[in-house]
Ligand binder design. Sequence first.
Ligand SMILES: C[S@@+](CC[C@H](N)C(=O)[O-])C[C@H]1O[C@@H](n2cnc3c(N)ncnc32)[C@H](O)[C@@H]1O
Length: 190
Amino acid sequence: MLLNVLTCAHALLKESLKEGDTAIDATCGNGYDTLFLSQTVGPSGKVYGFDIQEQAIQNTKATLYENDCHNVTLIQDSHEKIHSNIKEEIFGGAIFNLGYLPKSDKSIVTKAPSTIASVEAILKKLKTNGLIVLVIYYGHPGGGEEKEAVLSYASQLNQKEYQVLRYQFINQQNQAPFLIAIEKKKRSAS
Ligand SMILES: C[S@@+](CC[C@H](N)C(=O)[O-])C[C@H]1O[C@@H](n2cnc3c(N)ncnc32)[C@H](O)[C@@H]1O
């Protein structure tokens, strides 16, 4: 059976993240991805969760509390400020869920410049074979521009350094979300 986009995002990250890794949820929202990362890296690992909205931070805090997760630091800030908020030198992986917080203000959305700046910052510190996974929702105003900018950025990454995957159902209506996964390859000896 084909995996839906979110399940596929988690399955890919589960393959590459190890217990004890540091992982990033760049868009916490209601905390479902934060919870997944927290459980995947385990008590010896660490998760940093970013969101610009107080409501999202509170929702994520509640999700983590209900699930007894204590390895997460939540940061109410924009995700491109990774380096000023995190000291760890190596990241195991990261997830972005683009768009707006469900059942909330639909005008507060992720935007291409900060999304791409954040992806760039994370790639610099990503472990070999580490993954950044972006779930791209684009049906809302501004979503189309962000989608095009992210696709253009990701498709131009040097293939000697990164593998970039697009996972998408091509017969779905209503601008169904799709996934981009960026894997950092081992540097070849030169
Ligand atoms: C689709 S929701 C995320 C859903 C979430 N992953 C979950 O599991 O519930 C997108 C979130 O991105 C947040 N966001 C928008 N711009 C942001 C930025 N520059 N930095 C961090 N978060 C941002 C929004 O506030 C919103 O909560």
